[in-house]
Design a protein around this ligand. Sequence first.
Ligand code: PEP
Ligand code: MG
Length: 748
Amino acid sequence: MSERTESESRKLLRRLRDTLAEPGAGQERLDHITHLIADSMQTEVCSIYLFRDDETLELCATEGLKKESVHQTRMRLGEGLVGRVAKTLAPINTADAPAEKGFRYMPETGEEIYSSFLGVPIQRLGEKLGVLVVQSKEARAYSDDEVYAIEVVAMVVAEMTELGVFIGEGEALSALHQQPVMFRGGTGQEGAAIGRVWLHEPRVVITNPVADDPTREMERLNAAVDKLRLSVDAMVTMTDIGDKEQKQVLEAYRMFANSRGWMRRMEEDIARGLSAEAAVEKEQSAARARLETVPDPYLRERLHDLDDLSNRLLRILTGQGVDTGAELPENPILVARNIGPAELLDYGRKLKGVVLEEGSVGSHAAIVARALAIPLVIHAEKITTEALNGDAILVDGDQGIVHLRPEDTVAAAFRDKIAMQAAAQSRYASLRDKPATALCGTTVALHMNAGLMADLPSLVGSGAEGVGLFRTELQFLIRNHVPKRAELARLYSGVLDAAKGRRVAFRTLDIGSDKVLPYMKRVEEPNPAMGWRAIRVGLDKPGVMRMQLQALLRGAAGRPLTLMFPFVAEFDEFRVARQMLLDEVKRERQLGHLLPGALEIGAMLETPSLAYAPDAFFEMADFISIGGNDLKQFFFAADRENEHVRRRYDMLNASFLGFIRSIVRRCEASKTALSFCGEDAGRPIEALCLAALGVPTLSMRPSSIGPVKHLIRHVSLTELGKLIETEIGAGTTNLREPVLDWLSNQDI
Ligand code: PEP
Ligand code: MG
């Protein structure tokens, strides 16, 4: 690239900036800049197309084409050369446009006389804004230098569009981030919330894309990169040597931070007149555009790394930290690309909901959201580019849908739905101290699921008899080291204090595979849910489990202790784990420590195999808790995290109900206490059927206790049990309809 082209480019950018600094309407500015670009690049035509909606581009200004076609000529995304540039976010450079694949002739523009065509996307961080085109009569391909120059100009136009410089009349010139947008993602945690957007990482705003002094910008860039390198080096050194995976990510970071190619492109951008931050963002935008087309997961990860690194660099350059000093809005809904469990827990119950671009049902964030009982939508693609802090937002965790800046009618309907739920909850409050006794006289014990100390206050308010499932993994997930035994003992003791004598069933660590602890060595597994998890890890590497068992024994401090082992697939696993616990009891006795007043040792039945375990297993287990979430996924061979299949099979399927009935019978025969603690226990119809089949205890999230109790108190479980028997006997596949029909005839 020659000095001359560089200074030409800088001159053009300066003229652009000066034009845009003058007062004027959006249209005038657009007209002016198309004129400037055509003049500077010595092409006959320069046009700017902007989106009027997600799918349609509109010619908004032109130098060279017929003026009448402005705001009249439109094309769909992917249509014609302009539509293709916008769709692929890649330039098209051709000497003979009409011969190019996909060319579409637009007679109203008078473009037939122009042969060469160069179109580049106007985009910002993967957000498609429009297309910038130059054309000329002479049949020639534009040089790489010219393509580069026009890309730099497009970058400035993108920044200006984002800053609202071109706002004017008509859809195509309307302000960005004002329209309602709906995102269809996946359910991470059910529930509905209404509130205002709180961006976990607010976007960096660039107000000065053009700079006068390239030497100074180069110095600023170099200084920022040095700072970045130092911070990455420090992170690499500080990371625990044992954590190979994290180290690899950081090494990848370091590779980019030292990458000559990345630096060179940014230096070239600066030489052409961009400011250091605009140069960083230009390369970041290019990387995001590539991200859309790269199928290889490894490369995608690396592009994500580059994206993260660019964000850090932008924050260094602009001084805009993550903490903008802004106050958390009322009813904050957190919006982020992804978030770690500890950070999410820091926000805690202040949040009304969470929306993530990435994440998965089994991710750490989802586990925390579940524990906090706040709705979570995952895979809401591009929401961080669209949402602004403070935007109104509705989160429908049941459907996995998010409405950003919703229309009034949508917001009103949503508000009604939430109000109805709240009203129902307050009606259930009167049931709090009443038992869940059905008309036939059967009483069902209702317990709640928990995982945080902060959950315990709901125990009294919800009317739960105890905690049927205390998920202990959260305390392990949120730290970057194994928690200390004394620390855990204190926590377990605090949980029992808060439970005030009510029974708490602590589940030992259910971790491994996809739920990898930050400090645990990762094992790549093709099917993590069926992999090395839960009790399998505890038995193979007993160190952590022993420590946890000791902490539980000490936490009980003389009080009764209930604990259960997750994911037991065969009798021997339970026998060995139970023996481990008994060994620890012996050891505690020898040490002269106080022992629990009583000890109940149970197993979670989460794999069909355990239902067929020998009688001796049922006799040895003090209780069995059905983990319906896992049991269902293995019974139907349908991944609970896979959106394509996770709702495909209904718990009210006759085979599944028959299977539950056989577990009930085995437990009855051996007089083993039985409970069910999967999500289905909290769904009123499902809960009713479980109770009718003879499951005596149900454990669910606290907010479900009211609705489930209400329903149980209004029906005869014996009658429903008979109906289920008849339907199963008659060969009905799914009992939902007959059960709903039967319910509609009850007086509820
Ligand atoms: C279950 O599998 O039903 C269960 C309660 O455990 P988790 O959801 O934590 O796997
Ligand atoms: Mg489970």
